[in-house]
Design a protein around this ligand. Structure first.
Ligand code: AP5
Length: 217
């Protein structure tokens, strides 16, 4: 069975970038609560309308809601695929819910990988981020431009978009939420001896190699 892991780190640490690379190289599936919530907002559903203002303010949506989204998504992945939890859990109650959801399926967490980063550099990373509007491939104004100008490497689209919460003020709020509510969940996993810390300030490829080393253990 493939491994179940959490990628932990503040906004812009590179969780989504690394989750995509892991998906490409392993039988693993990214479960990003941020992506699930953005899909709900885009759909215009009642749920989307409810969470949009919370996300735009850089605050956390309710624990019950995100745990229900993960519960649903876990039902869609087979027992042989590993889960990459990206942006979940983010609070202590979410960490306990995840234990219950995994227990109920006979799964367990193998690794919690914390990407250690410098918050000021993250503001630069996040405010430069953009994605393909069609396939969602991620890019950056300085660190990862499309190979052909204004053309997605993956699907050839010429449409790109930026997230409404990727402005400096909201990013600072999201970081404060991370420090106050998410970083304190680490001791839960430290007690189990499954936390690995990786320098997230290296290049994308260096970080990828360090994560691969953890997974090989
Ligand atoms: P979410 O979508 O999870 O955002 P986040 O945690 O703030 O993380 P980001 O997606 O901003 O960053 P990332 O670490 O994935 O970095 P990325 O790889 O893109 O959550 C958004 C909102 O949804 C929350 O604020 C909250 O409201 C709500 N929410 C979500 N989950 C929730 C939960 N569980 N509970 C409650 N509320 C929840 O990289 C960033 C940029 O840097 C990219 O451009 C990338 O190309 C570049 N880059 C990446 N790695 C490197 C590198 N090593 N070197 C140089 N550039 C790099």
């Amino acid at each position: 069975m493939a491994k179940d892991i959490i990628l932990l780190g503040p906004p812009g640490a590179g969780k989504g970038t690394q989750a995509h690379l892991l998906e490409a190289n392993h039988a693993m599936v990214q479960l990003s609560t941020g992506d699930m919530l953005r899909a709900a907002v885009k759909s215009g559903s009642d749920l989307g309308k409810k969470v949009q203002a919370v996300m735009d303010a850089g605050e956390l949506v309710s624990d019950d809601l995100v745990s229900a989204l993960i519960d649903d998504r876990l039902n869609q992945i087979g027992p042989d695929a590993g889960a990459i939890f990206d942006g979940y859990p983010r609070t202590e109650p979410q960490a306990h819910s995840l234990d219950e959801l995994l227990d109920a399926r006979g799964r367990k967490l193998d690794h919690v990988i914390e990407l250690e980063v410098d918050e000021d550099a993250l503001v630069d990373r996040i405010t430069g981020r953009f994605t393909c509007a069609v396939c969602g491939e991620g890019y950056h104004d300085r660190y990862k431009l499309p190979k052909v100008e204004n053309t997605c490497d993956e699907c050839g689209s010429h449409e790109f978009k930026r997230r409404p919460d990727d402005n400096e003020e909201t990013v600072r709020k999201r970081m404060a939420e991370y420090r106050a509510k998410t970083a304190p969940i680490l001791p839960i996993y430290e007690k189990r001896g499954i936390v690995s810390r990786i320098d997230g300030m290296g290049g994308i490829e260096e970080v990828r190699a360090a994560i691969e080393k953890v997974l090989a253990d």
